[in-house]
Design a binder for this molecule. Structure first.
Ligand code: KIV
Ligand code: ZN
Length: 518
């Protein structure tokens, strides 16, 4: 019968340890709520002895979260264990997580003890922890580099002392899947009371093998996996939980296990955590990266359009991603271009595909990624000057912003052959007031979805590049602006978008006229 793998998320403990700026209590609570919604079994909420802030956040999370168990970390030291126990007093269900180095290296050079003292410390600490909860987890820190004889000895002792979950961390991400699997198999074969506890794996990703090690450990009998969404954690990070969770889902029959995770919450949770932790998800990150479901090469795009299974093992909807993206680049084929045109509502005989494809390739070589409105312009505007013409042109701007939070923006635009002015005062910052002024002049119902500012170059010569994405009539428009003044870059990016929308509307009316004449 298929068995459950318990998912323990340690974003708020191991993940938080690695962040450049620590999370506020409110942010931690927000992450905990999203992990609960995702269906995580256990949330490791923090290390309460480490700071008053950590204690407080574990306390608040314990009060708020009811559908996931709350876990707190403690060294094998009385005051740590007491802090962990007290911080979770109001939790519906609580676990104390004790850890102690078990490798010779940690015992001698870090803890300055011998192995028998380590066993005694572990047993004593478990007894203290059991006064607060009957759910005690013991982690053999650096288990990946602990001799198997010692590992078997300590695991047997801590189970006897009352620990109900035994975690086997590859603390420094040093093992490879076959090695890690052998360690777990040895524990199952050699520890007589092993069936009285759940065996857990906590793998670090120093060699990029964390998820592979975690899956190998499941094959050997592990039934709890620890990690973080997107793998945030010490150094190279922890096991990326979404990788293990989706592997289990796709290989459920082979592995004969399941999780209780709500898969369609994975994407949303990953976005929230990445935002709050200020840790961008790399575009090519498996499962949750922006490219994970995007197909760029012509052969792949053609294959996907014929049958998604040709190049897709996961339906993006499974993790809550709305639609498949086919990025248009110089590697895209005719099929992808045609598909985009159809998605925009054009029929095949509305334009000349061969001509469009040739022009598309030229533009893609220059621009990298080609957007839908570029395609439209290529398909329906033969006059290059017409395409390059900018309807909205900046004539003047000024901005005043002060410490009271009030910003006043003034802009003058040349719109076709008319000069239009607007002055706006807001309390939402200079970019917001200047954007409101521009939008009032353009009069287009747009929604700003993304605003991204990066510095280009160094020192006094650096430029600010603003990238924005705007939604207009259910379509997305992208604009870029580059200038030494970041307000000017912001204006240029918005004008870029407004001109693209204007051009796209002009093209549509041209096509309507042609069709009416036919
Ligand atoms: O990596 C590690 O060993 C840990 C323990 C505290 C479980 O994070
Ligand atoms: Zn760790």
């Amino acid at each position: 019968m298929s068995q459950k793998v318990i998912i323990l998320d340690t974003t708020l403990r191991d993940g938080e340890q690695s962040l450049q700026a620590s999370l506020t209590v409110k942010e931690k609570l927000q992450i905990a709520v999203s992990l609960e919604r995702l269906g995580v079994d256990i949330i490791e909420a923090g290390f309460p002895i480490s700071s008053p802030g950590d204690f407080k956040s574990v306390q608040m999370i314990s009060e708020r979260i009811k559908n996931s168990k709350i876990c707190s970390l403690a060294r094998c030291i009385k005051k740590d264990i007491e802090a962990a126990g007290i911080s979770m007093r109001n939790a519906k269900s609580a676990r104390i997580h004790l850890f102690l180095g078990t490798s010779d290296l940690h015992i001698k050079s870090k803890l300055k003890k011998n192995f028998f003292e380590i066993i005694e410390m572990a047993i004593h600490s478990i007894k203290i922890a059991l006064k607060y909860t009957d759910d005690v987890q013991f982690s053999c820190e650096d288990a990946g580099r602990t001799s198997i004889d010692n590992l078997c000895r300590i695991v047997e002792s801590v189970i006897k002392a009352g620990a109900t979950t035994i975690n086997i961390p590859d603390t420094v991400g040093y093992t490879i899947p076959s090695q890690f699997k052998t360690i777990i198999k040895n524990l199952f074969n050699r520890v007589p009371n092993i069936d009285n506890a759940i065996i857990s794996a906590h793998c670090h990703d120093d060699l990029g093998l964390a998820a592979g090690n975690a899956i190998a450990s499941i094959e050997a009998g592990v039934r709890q996996i620890e990690g973080t969404i997107s793998g945030i954690g010490e150094r190279a990070g922890n096991t990326a939980l979404e990788e293990v969770i989706l592997t289990i889902k796709l290989k459920e029959k082979l592995l004969n296990v399941f999780t209780n995770i709500k898969h369609n919450e994975l994407y949303r949770t990953s976005q929230l955590i990445s935002q709050l932790c200020n840790t961008p998800i790399p575009a090519n990150k498996s499962i949750i990266g922006s490219n994970a479901f995007a197909h760029s090469s012509g052969i792949h795009q053609d294959g996907i359009l014929k049958n998604r299974a040709n190049y897709e093992i996961i339906d993006p909807k499974t993790i809550g991603v709305k639609a498949v993206q086919l990025n248009l680049t110089s590697r895209s084929g005719r099929a992808a271009v045609k598909h985009h045109m159809r998605e925009m509502g054009y029929q095949d005989d509305d334009y000349d595909l061969n001509q469009l494809y040739l022009n598309f390739l030229k533009l893609a070589d220059k621009k990298g990624q080609v957007f839908d409105y570029d395609l439209e312009a290529l398909a329906f505007i033969s006059n290059q000057e017409d395409k390059n013409q900018e309807h909205f042109q900046l004539k003047y701007f000024s901005i005043h912003s002060d410490s009271t939070g009030v910003s006043t923006a003034s802009v003058k635009l040349l719109c076709g052959d008319k000069i239009l002015n607007e002055i706006i005062t807001t309390r939402n910052g200079p970019v917001n007031s200047i954007y409101q002024a521009l939008n009032n002049i353009a009069g287009l119902p747009i929604v700003l979805e993304k605003f991204h500012l990066v510095g280009k170059g160094e020192g006094r010569d650096a430029l600010g590049q603003v990238d924005i994405v705007v939604k207009y009539n259910n379509r997305k428009f992208h604009g870029i602006g580059l200038a030494t003044d970041i307000i000017e870059s912001s204006i240029k990016a918005m004008l870029n978008v407004l001109n693209n929308i204007w051009l796209s509307n002009k093209i549509k009316s041209k096509i309507k006229n042609i069709k009416n004449k036919k």
